[in-house]
Design a protein around this ligand. Structure first.
Ligand code: ADP
Ligand code: ADP
Ligand code: ZN
Length: 216
């Protein structure tokens, strides 16, 4: 099972991804999580990525592509993986296609999670993330059992510095210009499945798994 989760910031890629990788027992490869981990560790990659992330801009293609290509050579990807937040530009999609072709590992499907923009702003500004395990919550729509504490690991929840109204608007603009064209790109390859991401988390999950179960 080799899956891409496509969709605007706040569509629920991370939330669905967490659940999908448990069901299908595959690694969750989130480029955003990789960058946030690098920032936390204070590595050179982290320093470089932070500049772009804080402005709501995309990290340059050559940086992101190299990281993902590397990650896909790891043995844990042998039985598949879920890509969350990658690719985000046509250049990234083309580079990924070239790598997958060389490895003879075609994608199972690209799931496009569709949510209207007003809802995205509410979701992103109320998002909270665990410092320990990166599990995603929402203050209203998906709160933890105990306020500010992760259900899974007891870690502290924090608000991402790029989840402010201004940066969110910038990120949505970047999505429209640079990422939305991927819908047509994968649509032309006949591997695109669009789901209505505005429903309850469990309903969206049921729709995605029913689509993916048919692709096996
Ligand atoms: P993405 O990874 O696409 O940016 P997330 O999975 O982080 O999106 O979700 C963004 C925010 O919206 C989070 O706070 C999450 O808890 C919340 N959320 C995710 N899916 C839903 C849903 N179906 N309904 C309401 N809120 C949701
Ligand atoms: P969201 O969950 O809101 O979609 P992510 O956690 O996926 O956000 O990404 C956060 C930030 O990390 C992006 O705004 C961008 O700066 C950077 N980033 C993540 N993935 C990519 C990518 N594939 N290409 C370029 N930049 C990326
Ligand atoms: Zn946690």
């Amino acid at each position: 099972m080799r899956i891409i989760l496509l969709g605007p910031p706040g569509a629920g890629k991370g939330t669905q991804g967490e659940r999908l990788v448990i069901k299908y027992n595959i690694p969750h490869i989130s480029t955003g999580d990789i960058f946030r981990a690098a920032i936390k560790e204070g590595t050179e990659l982290g320093l470089r990525a932070k500049e772009y992330m804080d402005q709501g801009k995309l990290v340059p293609d050559e940086v992101v592509v190299g990281i993902v290509q590397d990650r896909l050579t790891h043995p844990d990807t042998k039985n598949g993986y879920l890509l969350d937040g990658f690719p985000r530009t046509l250049a990234q999609a083309e580079a990924l296609d070239a790598s997958l072709q060389a490895m003879d590992t075609p994608l199972t499907g690209v799931v496009n999670v569709d949510v209207v923009e007003d809802e995205l702003i509410d979701r992103l500004t109320g998002r909270r993330v665990c410092r320990g395990c990166a599990t995603t919550y929402h203050v209203k729509f998906n709160p933890p059992t105990v306020r500010s504490v992760c259900d899974k690991c007891g870690g502290e929840l924090y608000q991402r510095t790029d989840d402010t109204v201004e940066t969110v608007k910038q990120r949505l603009e970047v999505y429209r210009q640079q990422t939305a064209p991927l819908i047509a790109y994968y649509g032309a390859k006949d591997i695109l499945y669009t789901v209505d991401g505005s429903r309850e988390i469990e309903e969206v999950f049921a729709e995605i798994t029913s689509i993916l179960d048919r692709q096996h």
